[in-house]
Design a protein around this ligand. Structure first.
Ligand code: SAH
Length: 228
């Protein structure tokens, strides 16, 4: 999955085109193996392509919005690399080649259906959080020149709808790609990323927006709406 895609990367165009060609090659191979990967794998692949389609216009829109505070350190880079592996490279390569077939497990079809349902929810919330965050979104910890505090749409209820969406995808992946390596590593990668990043991100938002962010945090939950 390309939730952590490279659309905002400063890599040369040739590099980006090459990466895309390799990715599409793997997708082609995976589709060729449709009988082996089953409909769970096909749902995962479709979701992976959808995330790129959803993210692309927002990734383009933020390029013009200059970064004024970049808090991406080495730890954040390692965590992002873990996500590229767990949610991108490992499942894509496995579906395309069967590389980790020795680590497969079997699931009943209702579990695959549950994974598909979680994946649909993920795509909806992923789209809504991008739409609501607009030009304030970034792949890493950054504040932009005209950064606005978003408190509308899905941000009315929770402070991290995009991370909530990625949690749904991370839970769906072991159900759609039943493999201890290609399906499950994402749970380790995203747990680490979420636990480290969410507090750092909130501290950054407090530095920028002060009392307004404190007030906003009072009325919202991190991943689930506040009941009281
Ligand atoms: N944690 C949020 C956003 C993820 S994108 C979510 O899960 O939906 C990460 C970037 O979004 C951060 O670097 C920060 O600059 C920005 N951001 C996070 N919350 C925001 C908010 N309420 N308003 C504006 N920008 C926000």
């Amino acid at each position: 999955m390309t939730v952590v895609d490279q659309s905002t990367s400063k890599r040369p165009l040739v590099g980006q085109l090459l990466a895309m060609a390799i990715y599409l090659g793997f997708v082609g191979l995976a589709l060729w193996r449709w009988e082996e990967i089953g409909w769970g794998g096909l749902v995962w692949l479709a979701g992976s392509l959808m995330t790129s389609v959803i993210r692309a216009p927002y990734a383009k829109a933020i390029i013009a919005n200059t970064i004024v505070d970049d808090r991406q350190d080495t730890g954040e880079k390692i965590l992002l690399a873990g996500m590229y592996l767990g949610m991108g490279l490992l499942p894509t390569v496995h579906l395309a080649t069967g590389l980790f077939s020795f680590a497969e497990y079997h699931l009943p079809s209702w579990a695959t259906a549950l994974g598909a349902a979680l994946h649909v929810l993920f795509l909806w919330l992923f789209w809504r959080s991008h739409a609501d965050l607009g030009r304030n979104w970034s792949v890493t910890l950054e504040i932009r020149d005209e950064h606005e505090l978003v408190t509308h749409g899905v941000y009315t209820y929770i402070r991290h709808p995009m991370y909530a969406a990625i949690w749904l995808a991370a839970l769906a992946q072991p159900l759609l790609v039943p493999n201890w390596i290609a399906g499950c590593m994402v749970l380790v990668a995203f747990s680490a990323m979420y636990l480290v990043r969410a507090p750092l991100e909130e501290a950054m938002m407090r530095d920028k927006f002060g009392q307004a962010y404190d007030d906003y945090a009072q009325t919202t939950g991190r991943l689930l709406p506040r009941v009281i």
